[in-house]
Design a protein around this ligand. Structure first.
Ligand code: NAD
Length: 483
């Protein structure tokens, strides 16, 4: 599965040009080379994609399959993805600048998502409910309809899988809009789905300006649900616009996740987990543990190790073995990251490590930022409150459990959080007190297929990756009969 020179829109099982024939370029962020040109959809093209998805939905050719049959097709998608694993990884690295290891992990998870929802499709069904004598009641789970799915650039294929797999399992049809920076693997996935036998019109992929076709999708009367992953500000716009048609909405938004290191933890594990928790995927993760709270008793020893290990992280060619940190997505995003570091200094914080673009001939082209550690921070500073979405962590000292819980919760976000402690009582006490959708206890990993992923507060609502996600792609019908 080679990267093509040109991607048209994927509508009704076919590649088609956009209605005005326009294309845009997609790049390799590590080299700035053009990878491919991609069709730029207009509103008319959105209409066509929605029409195809609506016709496929109404025809019943997907939703009326048994769960078992849909599950078989999801497994087939997974097995084709496995057979194209190396090509998918290569395309993902070239288009996103992430390291090969990061891409491998994410694409393996995308495959496992399809396998998880293949099994879940078979379990989808209603219940009988107790009702007064003479009556009989049962419920049916019916697919919600045509789903508009809008995804970001940080985990291109994995986000596409998180969206498409449960929608297909539930019997919905889809119009997916990947981010303009990273459209290639979404088109590859659409082709794979088609090859696996998913009927025409069930999956449609369109690319184009998010600020033009995104709102149009959100307001479109032919779309029953919008599933969105992206920035909190965009999520608010979507929620407002969706109200006109009372669309179902699922929002997976930003975060500023606290990472709390207690004095009774395994310090080496906490150092490694904290490095991974922020610098994985070049810090471009919604669940990035970007606010590090360290107990004052171990602050010096922890920070000595943390800074030393950070200094050994290698930034560079994402294909090179031993490189930990790849490129950032774009020149403008590199500027945003750098402006936050400058702002931190203006706010009185201190750059303890990094704080700039790496130097040397390897970095003449492309978009880069060094792993960056900022100290002398207070939780009310903007750098501790706003999502930077880059390899930047702010560090704060604490001495009291209640106080650190208060600070951890003092944010508009509530996506991830992490606790490092050997005291199980404390772990569960703090886990209960934290207002976030995910709590990682002594764990570098935030989720596996089957574990619910999503936010509290302004990190959004709805859970993905889990069985309960199917509730968000179905309506429950209650049939009450008098017998
Ligand atoms: P973004 O909001 O700029 O864009 C996301 C998608 O929305 C893109 O496809 C974009 O084209 C489209 N879009 C832009 N404006 C739109 C509008 N007005 N209406 C509808 N769609 C529109 O986000 P991004 O920069 O691509 O992604 C980074 C963000 O995603 C971060 O905030 C990150 O935390 C978040 N994220 C969250 C999760 C999660 O599960 N909670 C996972 C990954 C990323």
């Amino acid at each position: 599965m080679m990267i093509k020179e040109r991607y048209q829109l994927f509508i009704n099982g076919q590649y088609v040009d956009s209605s005005n024939g326009e294309f845009f370029e997609t790049h390799n962020p590590a080299t700035e080379e053009v990878l491919a040109t991609v069709a730029k959809a207009t509103k008319e093209d959105v209409d066509k994609a929605v029409e195809a998805a609506r016709a496929a939905f109404e025809s019943g050719k997907w939703r009326k399959f048994t769960g078992a049959k849909r599950g078989r097709l999801l497994n087939k998608i997974a097995s084709i993805m496995r057979s194209r694993f190396d090509e998918l990884v290569r395309a993902e690295v070239l288009n996103s600048g992430k390291t090969v290891d990061a891409a491998k992990g994410q694409i393996m998870q995308a495959i496992e998502d399809f396998e998880f929802y293949a099994a879940a499709a078979i379990t989808l069904g209603g219940e009988t409910k107790p009702v007064p004598n003479g009556f009989f009641n049962y419920t049916v789970k019916e697919p919600v309809g045509v789903c508009g799915q809008i995804i970001p650039w940080n985990y291109p294929l994995m986000m596409a899988a998180w969206k498409i797999a449960p929608a297909l399992a539930a019997g919905c049809t889809v119009v997916l809009k990947p981010a303009s920076y990273t459209p290639i693997t979404a088109y590859m996935l659409a082709e794979i789905c088609h090859e696996a036998g998913v009927p025409e019109g069930v999956i449609n992929v369109i690319t184009g300006s998010g600020s033009e076709i995104g709102p149009y999708m959100t307001e479109h009367p032919g779309i029953d649900k919008i599933a969105f992953t992206g920035e909190t500000a965009t999520g608010k716009d979507i929620m407002a616009r969706a109200s006109g048609t009372l669309k179902r909405v699922t929002l997976e938004l930003g975060g500023k996740s606290p990472n709390i290191v207690f004095d009774d933890c395994d310090i080496d594990a906490a150092v490694d987990g904290s490095l991974y928790g922020i610098f994985y995927n070049t810090g471009q993760s919604c669940e990035a543990r970007s606010r590090l709270f360290v107990h004052e008793k171990i602050y010096d020893i922890f920070m000595e190790k943390f800074l030393e290990k950070a200094s050994r992280l290698r930034v560079g060619d994402p294909f090179e073995k031993g490189v930990h940190i790849g490129a950032v997505i774009s020149a403008s995003h590199e500027k945003v990251i750098d402006s936050y570091v400058k702002l931190a200094v203006e706010e009185g914080a201190e750059v303890l490590f990094g704080g700039k673009r790496p130097e040397g001939p390897a970095f003449e082209k492309g978009h880069w930022y060094m792993p960056t550690i900022i100290g002398n921070v207070t939780n009310d500073m903007r750098v501790a409150q706003e999502e930077i979405f880059g390899p930047v962590v702010v560090v704060m000292k604490f001495n009291d459990e209640e106080e650190v819980i208060r600070q951890a919760n003092d944010t508009i976000f509530g996506l991830g959080s992490a606790i490092w402690t050997k005291d199980h009582g404390r772990a569960h006490r703090v886990a209960a007190a934290i207002r976030a959708g995910i709590v990682m206890v002594n764990s570098p990993i935030s989720a596996f297929p089957g574990t619910p992923f999503g936010g509290y507060k302004q990190s959004g609502f709805g859970r993905e990756l889990a069985l309960e996600t199917l509730d968000l792609y179905t309506e429950t019908k209650s049939v009450l009969s008098y017998v």
